[in-house]
Design a protein around this ligand. Sequence first.
Ligand SMILES: [Zn+2]
Length: 95
Amino acid sequence: MIELTGCLSPHVPTPQKGHTRLVWLTPDRGTARLRVITWTCYCRATLYELCQAGGQGFIRRTLQLEGSPAIHETYRWPIRQASDIWRALLSGEAR
Ligand SMILES: [Zn+2]
């Protein structure tokens, strides 16, 4: 799905029927040395980021509310597995 809107980052599509439902957790406080590897487009209300910390990967979801963003994270996985789940998110196979 290509949208000619001038956006540089991908948009998360509508989930496919029977998509994998990711578990969204309240983030641990004080996550040390977090690296954001890639992210979805900021033009949408919900921003997803593929993050790496301590050799593990996870996805962070930020709902950009006025004043106080609501942030959730997935479980942590080996970075390769986290990348697979990131691709599934971008293809509508997971949400
Ligand atoms: Zn966009």
